[in-house]
Design a protein around this ligand. Structure first.
Ligand SMILES: Cc1cc2nc3c(=O)[nH]c(=O)nc-3n(C[C@H](O)[C@H](O)[C@H](O)COP(=O)(O)O)c2cc1C
Length: 452
C-alpha cells in the first residue's frame, strides 16, 4: 500500500488580541496604543521567520471593546501596510465589512496593498455582527443576516470584477512610446447588482498574484454557502473534534456542489495555545495568566456581558444552570453563529468553573495547554482526521508566544513534513498552493477604446 503523502498545514496567526485575556497585562505582552504599528510589525516579522502563510487582523468599524483589553483602534489598512513593508514574504488577511464600505473604495485599498506587498494580501469578507456599527453609518439598526449576506454577495461580485478590470499586460510604462497604460486592455465592469452599480474600471492595475485571496468565516447554513461560493480560505470556531470533522466535510461538499475544487479551499479552525516545556510548565503558565485575569473587574465585565451581575456568579463554581435560559434569550449573542455556539458550550460545561471559562477568553476557539509535541500531535491529528487544512492560531501573549511557537513547534512540524522549510514563491497564492486566477472579465471584455 502506498503511504498517503502527509499534507502540509496552512498556518495563520491572529494578531488583533492575545489568545489569553491577560496576555496584554504581562510585561512581555504589554503594548501601548501608540505602539500598535511596532507591535504588528514585530508579530509579522516573527510569523515570516516561522514561514507562516498569513498574519490576520480582525476588525469592526465600531468601538466594541469594554475597556478591559487593547482596542481595535488603528485602521487595518494602515496597520497592515506598515506590516507588509516590514516583511517580504508572509501574507496578510485584512478584514473589511461589506455592510459599511463600498466595493470601489475597498478594491482600491486592497489593490494598492497588493502593489505595495507584491501580491501578499487576502480580504476577510465580513458582514459585521456588532450592532453598534450601524449607528456610525446613519442606520437605525443592522440589516438582518440574510440581507447582509445578499449585500455581501453583490459586493464581492463587484469587488472581483474591479480586481479584474485591468488585464495583466495593461500597464506598459513605456517611456519610448510614451504609452503608460494600454487603454484597450483596461475594461469597464458595468456592474449592476441589487445593491451596487459600478461602472469601473478600477484605477489600480491588476494584482501581482492575479487577484487578492478571499477569506470568509460563516457557520450558519447561509454563511457556509457563501464560503463555498467565494472563499479561498475559511475561518471557523470548532471546539469538538467530531463537530469539526462534520463542519469540514459539510463545507467541502458545498464547495464541490458549487463546481469548485475542495482541495483549493483551506479550512482553518481556530486554535488557542498556552505552551510550556513540560505539561506541568504549560499548566503553571496558564495558572499564572489566570491569576492575572481573574480580578474583580474581570468577573464584573464577564457577568455584564451576559446581562448579569457579578454577585450572580461564583468564581469557583460552574456557570449556574438556571441562568442559561436568560443568557440564551438575551441580546448578548451578537457574534457569529460559531462563536455563539462555542460560548454556550463553555457555559453549559459542568466541569468548568467560571474562573476557567473567563480564562479561556469567555468562549471561543479550542484551547490547548501543553508541550510543543502535544501541539504538533493535535494539529496532525485534526488534519489527518479531516477536520482541518491548517489553523488560525491564537497565542497567549504576543509576540513572545508566537516566537515560542516558531522556536519549538515549527521544527517539529517541519521534521514531520507538515510545514514548509522555505516559501514556495513570492505571493500569498503561492503559499496556499493556488494558481494565479484567470481574468474573468476578459472572456467578455468591453473595450474602453473610444469607438470613433
Ligand atoms: C475566526 C473568525 C474571525 C472573525 N473575524 C471577524 C472580524 O474581524 N470582524 C467581523 O465583523 N466579524 C468577524 N467574524 C464573524 C464572521 O465574519 C461572520 O460575520 C459571522 O461568522 C456570521 O456568520 P455566521 O452567523 O454564518 O457564522 C469572524 C468569525 C470567525 C469565526
Amino acid at each position: 500500500m502506498t503511504p498517503t503523502r502527509k499534507r502540509r498545514l496552512h498556518l495563520n496567526v491572529q494578531s488583533s488580541y492575545p489568545g489569553h485575556p491577560a496576555g496584554w497585562r504581562t510585561e512581555e505582552g504589554r503594548r501601548l496604543p501608540g505602539e500598535d504599528i511596532a507591535h504588528i510589525q514585530a508579530v509579522a516579522r516573527v510569523a515570516e521567520k516561522a514561514l507562516f502563510n498569513t498574519v490576520f487582523l480582525a476588525d469592526s468599524p465600531s468601538m466594541t471593546d469594554t475597556g478591559e483589553a487593547p482596542t481595535r483602534s488603528l485602521d487595518p489598512v494602515v496597520l497592515l501596510a506598515a506590516a507588509a513593508l516590514a516583511t517580504e514574504r508572509v501574507g496578510f488577511i485584512l478584514t473589511a465589512s461589506t455592510t459599511f464600505t463600498h466595493p470601489y473604495n475597498l478594491a482600491r485599498q486592497i489593490l494598492s496593498l497588493e502593489q505595495l506587498s507584491k501580491g501578499r494580501f487576502a480580504w476577510n469578507i465580513v458582514t459585521t455582527t456588532d450592532e453598534r456599527a450601524s449607528g456610525n453609518f446613519g442606520m437605525s439598526k443592522m440589516p438582518p443576516p440574510a440581507e447582509r449576506y445578499a449585500i455581501a454577495a453583490d459586493f464581492t461580485d463587484a469587488f472581483v470584477k474591479l480586481c479584474d478590470s485591468w488585464e495583466d499586460a495593461a500597464l506598459t510604462g513605456d517611456p519610448q512610446t510614451g504609452v503608460w497604460a494600454d487603454i484597450s486592455r483596461i475594461h469597464a465592469i458595468d456592474h449592476k447588482g441589487p445593491y451596487f452599480s459600478i461602472s469601473g474600471p478600477m484605477q489600480v492595475p491588476r494584482s501581482p498574484q492575479g487577484r487578492p485571496m478571499l477569506v470568509q468565516a460563516g457557520s450558519s447554513p447561509i454563511g457556509r454557502d457563501f464560503a463555498a461560493r467565494y472563499a479561498d480560505a475559511v475561518f471557523t470556531v470548532q471546539t469538538v473534534r467530531e463537530e469539526a470533522i462534520a463542519y469540514y466535510s459539510d463545507v467541502k461538499s458545498r464547495i464541490r456542489g458549487r463546481g469548485r475544487d475542495p482541495d483549493k479551499v483551506a479550512i482553518l479552525p481556530g486554535l488557542s495555545l498556552v505552551m510550556g516545556g513540560t505539561e506541568k510548565e504549560a499548566h503553571a503558565r496558564l495558572d499564572w495568566l489566570d491569576q492575572i485575569a481573574n480580578d474583580r473587574s474581570t468577573l464584573e465585565t464577564f457577568a455584564n456581558s451576559l446581562g448579569l451581575e457579578a454577585c450572580d456568579l461564583d468564581y469557583d463554581k460552574p456557570f449556574p444552570e438556571h441562568l442559561l435560559a436568560s443568557v440564551e434569550e438575551g441580546d448578548w449573542l451578537r457574534r457569529s453563529t460559531g462563536h455563539n455556539q462555542a460560548k454556550l458550550r463553555l457555559l453549559k460545561e459542568p466541569t468548568l468553573t467560571v474562573r476557567q471559562i473567563i480564562a479561556r477568553g469567555s468562549g471561543g476557539h479550542f484551547r490547548l495547554v501543553g508541550t510543543p509535541e502535544q501541539v504538533a500531535d493535535f494539529m496532525e491529528d485534526w488534519a489527518d482526521a479531516g477536520a482541518a487544512d491548517g489553523f488560525n492560531l491564537f497565542l497567549d501573549v504576543y509576540p513572545s508566544g508566537l516566537a515560542s511557537f516558531a522556536e519549538h513547534v515549527v521544527p517539529i512540524l517541519q521534521r514531520r513534513g507538515r510545514h514548509r522549510t522555505e516559501y514556495e514563491g513570492p505571493t500569498l497564492r503561492d503559499h496556499f498552493g493556488l494558481e494565479r486566477p484567470a481574468n474573468r472579465l476578459i472572456s467578455n471584455p468591453r473595450d474602453l477604446t473610444p469607438s470613433s
